[in-house]
Write a protein that binds this ligand. Structure first.
Ligand SMILES: [Zn+2]
Length: 148
């Protein structure tokens, strides 16, 4: 899902969450919103690490080109080519770590809420566009598959 959609829906979600649970305060709202958007930093890390290019704009262009290329394909062809790239914050491993850390601080709980909301939106995008569901499942698996 595109960053601008994550920003727009992230702000609506975190404001609604704050409205429903005012006890989270502005800090809770801000962390939920920020984490629902910034989780996608792992896409940049993947690009930078695998391409040895730390230029953010190159990474953005690379992903936008790939996204548009993918969306132009016929749906049947997409399924075969869709293979999840390792995105370390998108998987169940990050969720489990955050669940554990939430026992010690609300900050991690707020990050967890933001991540879960983001991944819920990604799930809708995966189903709609025909991406690989592994994008939001085990990143250990995605890393091992990518290395092959
Ligand atoms: Zn995402």
């Amino acid at each position: 899902m595109l960053p601008k959609i994550h920003i727009l829906l992230g702000i609506i979600f975190s404001l609604s969450f704050w409205y429903l649970f005012p006890q989270i305060g502005f800090l809770g709202f801000a962390i939920i919103f920020a984490s629902s958007v910034l989780i996608d930093v792992d896409h940049y890390l993947f690009y930078a690490y695998t391409r040895k290019d730390w230029n953010y704009f190159h990474a953005k262009k690379w992903f936008m080109d790939k996204t548009m290329e993918f969306r132009k394909m016929p749906k049947g062809k997409r399924k075969k080519l869709a293979r999840a790239i390792p995105c370390i914050f998108h998987g169940i491993e990050a969720i489990i770590i955050l669940l554990f850390l939430s026992l010690f601080s609300n900050i991690f709980f707020f990050i967890l809420i933001g991540f879960l909301f983001h991944e819920f939106l990604d799930l809708i995008g995966i189903i709609y566009w025909g991406y690989d569901l592994n994008h939001i499942l085990s990143q250990t698996r995605n890393i091992l598959r990518y290395k092959k």
